[in-house]
Each structure stands twice: as structure tokens, then as C-alpha cells.
Design a protein around this ligand. Structure first.
Ligand code: PSU
Ligand code: MN
Length: 302
């Protein structure tokens, strides 16, 4: 049996069929510094509530899969320094051995599916890293989108990645990539990129209907919904390009690899932009939480 614990709020939502939105915890432990990480997690949860759904932040704590965290649990997770970063490969081992870990996009999708939650909001998904032809560094998030039936709302793949290769892999894996309200894909901290989106939709209801239709057709996997960062919060791509290049060069020089790559790059970009990247990251996650709640509400009516 899987040891699962639902927060009181999530347990009540399951009873009453209130729409639920899953939220990840790696963005808290490895994506943002303390205390902004915990403040952001709380604010994002409230954004979900303000849009008529219930937030379920997912993490593994002491061998138990938590679907929804209490305020104390959120604070404890946000403060701790040595939490594991869990993906498909290690979530079961962590639970089986009584460990504690934060869930990435891939592991949060797995947790959400276990709990029957269909919609999940995050900042940006992992993808194909620049230089992957040498390192083979491709996030397990991509394969998870092909396997697990959860609609993930993100501001696209993180701009530290090779976006072109990331979307090529998603196409190969048969993952629908839907951009909301514009023709071009967003690029995380920037509202647009120079890549056309494979699909475009203009409202939450169409996204919900597509999710339901994939289920009816027995198509495995989820959907990636790309929700551009609001214009007034974005950092233009040309401002970020040299910063990303510098962070990548430093990662290379210091031999940063495997799970450490993404946290290292986000941390350096935070320092190099004097916190501006974090402000943008917070704005885009909150925007994604609002949209995910709308999709969850729409899905409950299909
Ligand atoms: N989105 C953010 N910040 C983050 C992440 C996403 O705004 O830190 C995390 C997610 O948990 C995602 C992970 O799954 O980064 C990707 O890590 P990797 O590249 O090692 O697969
Ligand atoms: Mn990786």
C-alpha cells in the first residue's frame, strides 16, 4: 500500500468534488531562495483558492506521499537544506525507505495521478539542456508528460534550455503543446520566443475539453499548457541571453552535472540579475496557478 496523507483542505475537496490543482515542491526547495520560496508557495496556494479550486502541494515527507501540505510542513520544507529532488527514478525508493524529498514536475505528476488530480501548475518544465548532444541531459519531465494524464500549466520550458530541441522531443513523444492566447511559444522569463506553438487555445474550457478527449480516446500522457508571463513582469530575451550564457559557462567550468544543473543555473541567474529573475519567476508561477484553477474548474464541468 502507498502511504498517502491528504491535507485537511484536500481531503474535504475530494469529498465535495471541489476542483483541485496540484503544485510542485522542487520549485520551493531547489528553485527559489528562503524565505521568498515559502512566501511564494503560500501566495500561489492562495491564488488557486481565489480562483475557486483547492491547492495540493505535493512532497514526500518521512516516507509518506503528501497531497497538500500544512503551513508548518511548507515552512519546514522551505527551510531545510538537504532535501532530495525527486523524479520518476527515485520517488518510490524515497517513500520505501522513509525519506523526505521535494517533487519535480515528473514526480508531482505521478503524485497527482495517484490522487486523481488532473491539473498541475508550475513555473517552467525541465527539458533538453543546451549541449545535450554531448551530455545527454534531458529532463525526465518530458517523458512523464508522455506517460501520465495530467495537464501541466507552465510558462513554457525554462529559457536555460535548448527550447528548439525540447519542443522537438515533445512532438516525438506525442505531447500536445498548447500556448494560451498567442501564436508563439513563451520562453519562461520572456513572454515570447521565436518558435511557433504547435497548438494555440484562447480559453480554459478548450484546454479542459482536450484533456477529457484524450482520456476518452485512451491516449496516454498529459498536455503541456504554455501560459506566457504577463508583459509587465517579463525580462526581454535579449537582456537574459548574456546572463544565461555566463551561467552556462560557469556550470561547464565547475563540472556541474545531473540534478544539480538546473538549481545551479537558476541560482546564478538570480544573482546575475540582482533578483530580477526571481521577481519574474514569482509573477509567472502565480499567473499559472490562476489559469490552472480555471482549467480545473472547467474540467469539473465537462
Ligand atoms: N520551475 C521553476 N523552478 C524550478 C523548477 C521548475 O520555476 O526549480 C524545477 C521543476 O521541479 C522541474 C525541475 O521539474 O526544475 C527540472 O529539473 P531537471 O532539469 O533536473 O529535470
Ligand atoms: Mn537533467
Amino acid at each position: 500500500m502507498i502511504p498517502i496523507s491528504y491535507s485537511a483542505e484536500v481531503a474535504a475537496a475530494r469529498e465535495n468534488d471541489t476542483p483541485i490543482v496540484a503544485l510542485e515542491s522542487t520549485i520551493i526547495t531547489h528553485g527559489m531562495p528562503y524565505p521568498q520560496n515559502v512566501e511564494t508557495a503560500r501566495r500561489v496556494e492562495q491564488d488557486v483558492r481565489d480562483n475557486n479550486a483547492v491547492p495540493a502541494t505535493i512532497a514526500v515527507m518521512n516516507g509518506v506521499l503528501h497531497i497538500g501540505l500544512s503551513d508548518d510542513e511548507l515552512e519546514a520544507l522551505g527551510k531545510s537544506e538537504n532535501v532530495a529532488k525527486l523524479s520518476r527514478a527515485d520517488i518510490a525508493a524515497c517513500i520505501a525507505t522513509g525519506g523526505t524529498g521535494a517533487t519535480t514536475v515528473a514526480a508531482t505528476m505521478i503524485g497527482a495521478a495517484q490522487a486523481g488530480i488532473s491539473v498541475f501548475a508550475t513555473g517552467g518544465i525541465g527539458g533538453v539542456h543546451k549541449g545535450a548532444e554531448e551530455t545527454f541531459d534531458i529532463s525526465a519531465d518530458l517523458q512523464e508528460l508522455a506517460l501520465t494524464p495530467v495537464t501541466v500549466v507552465a510558462a513554457g520550458a525554462k529559457a536555460i534550455l535548448d527550447l528548439n530541441k525540447t519542443y522537438e522531443v515533445l512532438e516525438t513523444l506525442g505531447v500536445p503543446v498548447i500556448t494560451l492566447g498567442q501564436d508563439m511559444l513563451p520562453a519562461f522569463w520572456s513572454a515570447t520566443s521565436d518558435l511557433a506553438s504547435p497548438l494555440r487555445m484562447d480559453n480554459a474550457s478548450d484546454v479542459a475539453k482536450s484533456h477529457a478527449m484524450r482520456g476518452e480516446m485512451g491516449l496516454s500522457g498529459g498536455q503541456l499548457v504554455c501560459n506566457p508571463i504577463p508583459q509587465d513582469a517579463q525580462i526581454p530575451a535579449e537582456v537574459l541571453a548574456p546572463v544565461i550564457a555566463q551561467a552556462l559557462a560557469e556550470a561547464d567550468a565547475q563540472n556541474i552535472n545531473a540534478k544539480a544543473v538546473t538549481p545551479f543555473l537558476l541560482g546564478r541567474i538570480f544573482e546575475l540579475t540582482e533578483g530580477r529573475s526571481l521577481t519574474a519567476n514569482i509573477a509567472l508561477v502565480r499567473n499559472n496557478a490562476r489559469v490552472a484553477a480555471e482549467i480545473a474548474v472547467a474540467l469539473s464541468k465537462t
